[in-house]
Design a protein around this ligand. Structure first.
Ligand SMILES: C[S@@+](CC[C@H](N)C(=O)[O-])C[C@H]1O[C@@H](n2cnc3c(N)ncnc32)[C@H](O)[C@@H]1O
Length: 434
């Protein structure tokens, strides 16, 4: 064999080997990405913030990386074919990881139904961290043992219960959030999510997205808060849900801001008063006014009276668009403005403005939507996006970005003095009369 042929053969073998290594790297990269997507989706039902938790692999980042890899590959392919070849506008899905991940997301409504049925059965109240037999749990909640067995397996698959033997199940900390007496529970939320009035509106999502018209009023026959006013059982469960959510976030909200200098606080649309009574307990010299609709205030009364701060808390039933108690040095609007469009929000803020003194301030406690995907707080995108769509379906307002809040407040005669993120999704937007 001549030296030239030998050199050619060696170079060919090296070339083939390099191509094989590149191909192997590419396929293992694809396999890795597919695996991340599956792990991420599998974690969805059990995770606090769904797939966008900061401490979990971030869907957007990996999807973008996948998209970039695909883009580079496509460019190479197009170059090989010649620039005049038509470009594909849409990336083909990456089988089978993408399809399997999508299939798991499609089970989302089953997951919700499984959890809400557990809440309706008060299953968590009949269980604790010690394993119990299916027969015993079925007898306690009045269910068919064989059917309940399947439900418990489904609940085990999403982390609400564990199973140590084929017919033995125990509650996990996640499942314990469905207990009626859980200090940070969400049983009322589960009941609200499955309530007829809520489902009927969500059933109209396709029509609403096509037409641009919100679903709730046409599906249920009246605006959201009118409906709650006229249906006391649903109204009471909604207020209880708001109280549950406040209980989950209140420590983070109170820890984010020192209010020791405040003497009189007005909680505008304060529901059952969880935020206000927590504030009054933290600051013994503070007095407060809880304002909500007359129906909500009547139901709030026994709840406030059961707290040690009832004597410092005045209850006012009214309409926050009509009149607000004057002279507070702090006005709280927690999860109020997302219920209203810009016009109504400005009206409400101007009402606050009228009731305030020059030294008063308003605290708007809301999710602040990230203004771009590059925003670090990706978990806010999940909660914010879900709430934003929910506001549309229910015919209410919208979640907003920082820029939108600043514009809204400026229109109502306020200047934003600071925006403080809290540990629990919400930010505090502080504004003072300009
Ligand atoms: C989304 S909830 C928030 C409740 C509470 N701020 C919280 O964060 O848990 C909105 C509240 O505004 C009250 N609300 C709605 N329209 C109102 C009005 N026109 N006047 C007074 N309160 C109203 C509702 O009854 C409800 O309690």
């Amino acid at each position: 064999m001549s030296a030239g042929i030998l050199t050619f053969a060696v170079l060919s073998i090296i070339g083939i080997a390099l191509a094989a290594v590149r191909a192997f790297r590419g396929s293992s990269q694809r396999a890795k990405l597919g695996k991340v997507a599956l792990v991420k989706i599998a974690a969805l039902p059990a995770g606090r913030g769904g797939p966008h938790r900061r401490d979990q692999p971030c869907a957007g980042r990996h999807d973008r990386r996948g998209a970039l890899l695909g883009h580079a590959r496509r460019r190479r392919r197009v170059r090989a074919l010649g620039e005049d070849q038509p470009r594909r506008a849409v990336l083909p899905p990456r089988p089978p990881g993408a399809a399997l991940a999508l299939r798991q997301l499609l089970f989302g409504h089953r997951v919700t139904r499984i959890i809400t049925v557990a809440a309706q059965l008060k299953l968590a109240d009949a269980m604790d961290e010690m394993p119990r037999s299916v027969a015993a749990v079925a007898a306690a909640v009045g269910a068919d043992a064989a059917a309940l067995h399947r439900l418990l397996y489904a609940l085990a698959s999403i982390g609400l219960v564990t199973t140590s033997a084929p017919d033995q199940f125990a509650l996990t900390p996640l499942g314990a959030c469905l207990r009626s007496d859980a200090p940070h529970g969400l049983r009322s939320w589960a009941l609200m999510e499955s309530a007829d009035y809520y489902q009927t509106a969500w059933d109209q999502l396709l029509t609403s997205v096509r037409s641009g018209a919100p679903a709730f009023e046409s599906a249920v026959g009246q605006p959201f808060y009118d409906y709650l006013d006229r249906h006391p059982a649903d109204g009471a469960n909604f207020s209880q849900t708001m109280k549950e959510v406040t209980t989950v976030i209140v420590d983070a909200v109170l820890a984010a801001y020192d209010l020791a200098s405040v003497q009189r606080v007005v909680d505008v649309g304060g529901g059952y008063g969880k935020l206000l009574t927590s504030l009054l307990q933290r600051y013994p010299a503070m007095r407060g006014v809880l304002l909500d609709t007359p129906a909500v205030i009547e139901r709030a009364r026994p709840q406030v009276q059961a707290t040690p701060v009832a004597d410092r808390c005045e209850l006012v039933g009214g309409d926050f668009f009509a009149d607000l108690p004057a002279g507070g040095d702090l006005y709280l609007l927690q999860r109020i403005l997302m219920d209203h469009d810009d016009e109504a929000s400005v009206r409400l803020l101007r009402n606050c403005h009228r009731a305030m003194t020059a030294q008063s301030r308003v605290h708007i406690i809301q999710i602040v939507l990230p203004s771009s995907e590059a925003d670090a707080a990706r978990h806010l995108l999940f909660d914010g996006a879900m709430s934003n769509l929910n506001m549309f379906v229910l015919g209410l307002g919208a979640e907003r970005t920082e820029r939108q809040y600043r514009a809204l407040l400026a229109s109502a005669g306020f200047t934003v003095t600071q925006i403080i993120p809290t540990r629990a999704l919400m930010s505090i937007i502080e504004a003072r009369p300009s």
